[in-house]
Design a protein around this ligand. Sequence first.
Ligand code: DGI
Ligand code: FE
Ligand code: FE
Ligand code: FE
Length: 187
Amino acid sequence: MERNLALLKVKEQLTEHRYNHTIGVMETAIILAKKYGANEKKAELAAIFHDYAKFRPKEEMKQIIMDQKMDARLLQFNSELWHAPVGAFLVHKEAGIEDEEILDAIRFHTSGRVGMTLLEKVIYLADYIEPGRHFPGVEEVRELAEKSLNDALKKSISNTIFFLMKKGQPVFPATFHTYNDLIMNSE
Ligand code: DGI
Ligand code: FE
Ligand code: FE
Ligand code: FE
């Protein structure tokens, strides 16, 4: 799918703020894809659609998680986690995206997963460091991203875990598993 059509499709699903975030993720993902050798067209499309399901009603997302037999533990954790796997499902169903690498990058953009692909790493990181993000620690991750995709990713995931712990929030198992995998299996 061509960029402008994808942007039109996504725009009607999002608020203006979230759409601007999406543009930032798209631009950042293309830069990272060029730098680290990921497929630029796939990075562009995955970035455009990554938050497609962000504003779906919780009840609809819950139903999809159950009907599609997704990880049922999701339902015990923060509903903020749901838009990623539900997004992958809806982007396939409603926007007709068939590419599994793109759908996986959308599916795992919030928690990551063990054995993340290059494209998944690019989307996770682009979501974290796009220019519209202004939380503490983001500048350090932007600097790491200049030199090492894996170092930047480790930092962004450990920041996310710290942030959740500081707020006394539960951490989804996949998030911990992603952290351990990166620490143990990336140079
Ligand atoms: O959708 P975005 O805001 O662009 O970013 P995102 O999809 O990476 O994260 C959405 C939210 O999910 C964010 O507020 C943090 C939260 N989150 C990420 N990992 C976990 C999590 N929440 C819980 N409870 N556990 C996690 O492991
Ligand atoms: Fe998201
Ligand atoms: Fe299909
Ligand atoms: Fe996002």
